[in-house]
Design a binder for this molecule. Sequence first.
Ligand SMILES: Cc1cc2nc3c(=O)[nH]c(=O)nc-3n(C[C@H](O)[C@H](O)[C@H](O)COP(=O)(O)OP(=O)(O)OC[C@H]3O[C@@H](n4cnc5c(N)ncnc54)[C@H](O)[C@@H]3O)c2cc1C
Length: 344
Amino acid sequence: MFEGQNHYVIIGNGVAGNEAAKYLREHDSDSRITIITAGRLLFYNRYELPRIFHEDCDWRDFLVNPPEYYEKNRIIVRRNSLVNTVDSARKTLTLDHKEEISYDALLVASGGRNYLPEHLTDSAHLFDNFQTFRAAQKVRDTLPKGGKVVMLGGDMIGLDLARNLVVNNYQVTVLASEQTFWPHVLQNSERTKFLEALEHMGIEVIDGLAVERVEEGGRGMSARKIKLGDGREIFADIVMSFYGLTPSVEFMLGSGVDIERGLLVNTHLQTTDKSIWAAGDVCQIWSSEENRYRFYYGWKNVKMMGEIAAKNMTGEDITIKTIPDENIFLNKKNEIDSPYWEYE
Ligand SMILES: Cc1cc2nc3c(=O)[nH]c(=O)nc-3n(C[C@H](O)[C@H](O)[C@H](O)COP(=O)(O)OP(=O)(O)OC[C@H]3O[C@@H](n4cnc5c(N)ncnc54)[C@H](O)[C@@H]3O)c2cc1C
């Protein structure tokens, strides 16, 4: 596809980026491969982060590949490196500290982050998150024994954390919203049944009330105070927002590729620029069967996207097929289960 030694650059050190790097190396043994990530660690399994509550573990326990893997496969990982801009005409990207990096082909696998509703952005500093090992460690260290977490929204990422917190004797209140089971879409009657199942799992649910404000708790009280639409105030040691994911695309604005919510890609995972591909939570994929753009989440889908993008970047011609929506269900113990909680 290219002459000489190709430089493949991957933005993002998650499932999609690492899966792509693996296939790029397999399909183009002479190439240069560079993964760029804002994070400090090599690829670790974020789905396993809730383990931090019930095991005495450190960051090494979460690494998917040992450091030697990258050396052996000649994959350079640039950590602590935030991409600020991409210039598709010059085939370069610029890091926060102004360094410029050239690519022959670029894969954007920058994932997404928790969405915070507009009216709560002033109090963003009062929210914790669970997006990185560091953030998870902070939550664990901040929570007192038996302490209370209030989750706004829910979503399947938040609910996974909630069930792990309850098992470890913490208290969790979910302020339910339309996104409580996101990315699953539920009809009203089903939604009620699954909210009841959450209570059965030991998670308190408050449904139908807007969150007006989040404030500091004040002296001698819990660290956070949440004001609800009916005037009620509830207290928490930690507040988190789980209203689904917003794709991380800011650095692609002005790059020349088309963006809606995510990076728009065709069924080959190629953006509107022929040297730029995207995979994982960041991309919005054209579905020819459904005649619309859509997102696909979850470990196995994201992995598959990394593989398809890498193979197409090395000259193959693979089309992603429409993936049916995943189903949420109740298991034999009448507890919620979901394919979004599964990973290998
Ligand atoms: C704690 C946690 C638990 C989760 N649990 C589930 C679950 O149970 N089920 C589920 O379906 N999904 C879950 N998810 C969602 C999950 O993130 C995705 O489905 C999947 O892991 C996404 O992989 P990805 O490779 O697309 O992106 P990510 O894994 O999000 O990786 C994105 C990478 O891009 C890097 N990056 C972003 N912007 C920049 C930039 N400007 N410059 C440099 N680097 C950048 C980040 O540092 C990161 O390395 C969870 C997410 C989290 C945080």
